[in-house]
Design a protein around this ligand. Structure first.
Ligand code: HEC
Ligand code: HEC
Ligand code: HEC
Ligand code: HEC
Ligand code: HEC
Length: 184
């Protein structure tokens, strides 16, 4: 039975079938990768490009980055500071969604996109304190419309930078490359 199957595969028609299977699997894989890299359906179509372009500082909306592990995502109060005025004249349907959240006092549930697994210990504070820019890890947010998963935040990525930043400082290298620094 198996032998017959292989004989059939080697015939022209069989080869075509193999080819189709391979192409299908390949495109499914590409589609899968593409899917995880696509921006999630956010509750409001917030764009960094426009807002960072207005000169608003990252820390205004993500103040936790200085203080602790997580920068945090802004609540509607932050947005309403400006948008209360803008809402009076704006006709943008994207802004109507924000107005609806504020008027009904609904919390905005942003979908996080850049995350490391729970067994990894990452905190922003020491990085900002050491002078690492947001851009070094998150890329140029002034070009981003809806934030996507950068898919680069793996162990190799952390270690490459840690080794580079430690330079010749053996003590620092020991600390920054130690398993216990990022895992416990
Ligand atoms: C410092 C002021 C300021 C803050 C804070 C701010 N915005 Fe805006 N936002 C603007 C301005 C200015 C525009 C452009 C308005 C226009 O084009 O009519 C805008 C536009 C928008 C738009 C419409 C974009 C479009 O293409 O139509 C959305 C949606 C939006 N903001 C959401 C938010 C959300 C959500 C927050 C809070 C996380 C926020 N904004 C915080 C100033 C601000
Ligand atoms: C006006 C408010 C505002 C400003 C200013 C702002 N952000 Fe954001 N940021 C948001 C909101 C709202 C989200 C959640 C929606 C999303 O992911 O697009 C977000 C999401 C993000 C994310 C994705 C995090 C995740 O995993 O969901 C990163 C990274 C980020 N911001 C970095 C920055 C950087 C770097 C700057 C400065 C260059 C900046 N932001 C300026 C409001 C802001
Ligand atoms: C050394 C690299 C690095 C730097 C520098 C950095 N980030 Fe992050 N950021 C990360 C990683 C890794 C995550 C995912 C963390 C997690 O899953 O807990 C993250 C998550 C976030 C999130 C997701 C929201 C949240 O609270 O979980 C936001 C927003 C964000 N960063 C904004 C910023 C801003 C703004 C700056 C600059 C002030 C900055 N980051 C600097 C690596 C960095
Ligand atoms: C772009 C460079 C860069 C990247 C990427 C980076 N780090 Fe760091 N990290 C640093 C620097 C610089 C320090 C501060 C070193 C010092 O104390 O001078 C640091 C410090 C730390 C510390 C604190 C160490 C202590 O002193 O206790 C932890 C924990 C940490 N990083 C975890 C991570 C994890 C986890 C990742 C990946 C998700 C990561 N880092 C990615 C540059 C980076
Ligand atoms: C600078 C931070 C950092 C250091 C130091 C570090 N790791 Fe990791 N590690 C990570 C991050 C981030 C991930 C999760 C992302 C990924 O899958 O690569 C991870 C994932 C892992 C995983 C799970 C892999 C998987 O595929 O799910 C293992 C096991 C692991 N690390 C072991 C170690 C050991 C052993 C050491 C010491 C030799 C170490 N790590 C040092 C950041 C670090």
């Amino acid at each position: 039975m198996i032998k017959r199957f292989f004989e059939w595969l080697l015939q022209p028609l069989g080869l075509v079938a193999v080819l189709i299977t391979v192409i299908t699997l390949f495109s499914l894989a590409v589609f899968g990768i593409n899917l995880t890299q696509q921006a999630p359906e956010q509750p409001i179509q917030f764009t960094h490009k426009l807002h960072v372009g207005l000169g608003i500082q990252c820390l205004y909306c993500h103040p936790g980055a200085l203080r602790g592990p997580s920068p945090g995502l802004p609540t509607q109060t932050k947005c309403w500071g400006c948008h209360q005025q803008i809402a009076k004249t704006s006709t943008s349907p994207k802004l109507a969604v924000l107005v609806d959240y504020v008027q009904n006092n609904k919390p905005i549930q942003w979908i996080p996109v850049s995350q490391v697994p729970d067994f990894v210990h990452f905190t922003h504070r020491p990085h900002i304190a050491a002078g690492v820019n947001c851009e070094e890890c998150h890329g140029d947010m002034t070009k981003v419309e809806i934030a996507q998963n950068p898919q680069t935040m793996n162990m190799g990525w952390c270690l490459t930078c840690h080794i580079k930043k430690a330079g010749d400082d053996k003590e620092k290298l020991n600390k920054l490359a130690d398993c216990g620094t990022c895992h416990y």
